[in-house]
Design a protein around this ligand. Sequence first.
Ligand code: URA
Length: 443
Amino acid sequence: MGRKERRPLAVPELIVRKREGEKLGEQEIRDLIAGFMDGSVADYQMSALAMAVYFQGMDFDETVAMTLAMRDSGKVVSLEQIDAPKVDKHSTGGVGDKVSICLAPIVAACGVAVPMMSGRGLGHTGGTLDKLEAIPGFRVDLSIRDFRAQLRKIGCARIGQTGDLAPADKRLYALRDVTGTVESIPLITSSILSKKLAEGIDALVLDVKVGRGAFMKTEADARELARCLVRVGTLAGKRVSALLTDMNTPIGYTIGNALETTEAIEILHGRGPDDLRELTYALAAEMLRAAGVAKTKSQAIRRIELAVMDGTALRRMRDIVKAQGGDPRVVDTPSALTVARHRKTVTASTDGYVTGIDPLELGYVSMGLGAGRSRAEDAVDPGAGIRLHVQLGDEVRAGDELATLYTSERARLPLGADRVSTAFRIGKRRPPARRRVIETIRR
Ligand code: URA
C-alpha cells in the first residue's frame, strides 16, 4: 500500500503502547513496516520500537503480521510453474556448518526442488555462498529468471539473498545490530521467515543450533526460538519444522571455505565425518517428509542412502556446479580445491582425551586467518581456515597433532596457533559420546 493511501500513523503512540506491553494490530504493523520503507517512520522510531519489542515481546499474531509485512516489503518469487514440492533449509549459523553444500543435491536427487538462497559469512560463523565460491568459477549471482529455469531443469539452484527480497528485514536488521535488539525471539523469527517466505517455497526445515558456537546458548532459548519459528511459519501457511542441534564443537573436521566445501563433497562420495553425515541426513530426511516424498524418517533415510550410494546425489552436485559456472572436476576430486600455503600445526601438550573443542574460539581464529569477515564489505580468503585432526572423545598423546591452521598471510599464524591451543581441552576421562540432533520440533 502506498503512503498516500494510508491513514496517518501515530508512531510515538504505537511505541508507547508496545513499551507498555499492549498488543499491536495487524494493520498497525503493516502500516509501520510500509512507513519504515517509505521514510515516514524514522530509523530512531523503528529502533525504539525494536527495543520495546525486545522487552515486551510480541505474540504469535503480531509476529505473523510482522513476518508477512516484511515479506511483502519486496518481491515474492513465484515458483508455481515448478511441479515438484519446493523445500528449503535454514540454519541459524554454526562453526564448520557446511551442511547446505551436500544437503541440497541429496534432497534434489530424491525428487524435491530445492530453491536455496544462502548468506555470506559474518563474524565467527561462515556463509554458504563463500563456501560455494571456493569452487573456481562458481557464480551465485543468478537472476531470478535463471534461478527458476535452473530449478526446473536440475531441481536445485543456489543464490544469494537478493536486495529485492524482504528489504524491510535488511534495514531493520541493520538497526537491530547496532541498538542491542538482535536477541529477541519474535524479531529473529520474523527476520528469518520473511526472507524464506519470499522465496516461493512450500515448506521449510530449520536447523536451530544450540551451544557455545551458536546464536542461542541454552537449550531452553533455542527450543523457544524453534517453537516460535514453527508456529509462526505454520500460521503463515507453510509446512515448517525444526531440528534442535548441538553446536558445542565444530561440525566435522574443517572450518574455512575451501576446506569445508571439500569435506561436504566427501559426504556425496559416501565418505566424510560421521557427525556431518548424521546432521545432513537428518535434515534431508525432514525435508523429504515435509515435501511428502517420504512418510517416515526411516523411509526417507533409505532413500537418501540410495541417492548417495548409487551416485545420483553426486551427479546432481556436478550438474549444479556446471550450471553455475564452476569447475565440475572438484566434484570428482574434492581435494583439488586449493588451500592457503602458509600452515602451522598445533600439538597436544599432554596425554588424555579430547574433552572440549571451543567452536567460538576456532570460529574467530578462522576469521582472523582470512576465512571470514568482520565487516560485510571485507573479502574472504577461500583457502584459509583450520583442519582438525581429532574430535571430541579421541585419545591423544603429548605431541600428537590437534589442528593445522592455513592462511595466505604468514604473520597471522603465531597468534592464531596460540588461540587454537587454548581451544582444546584435554582431560583424563573420555567424555560421553554426543549426537548432533537433539530434538525435532513439528507443529
Ligand atoms: N538471522 C537472521 O536472519 N535474522 C536474525 O534476526 C537473526 C539471525
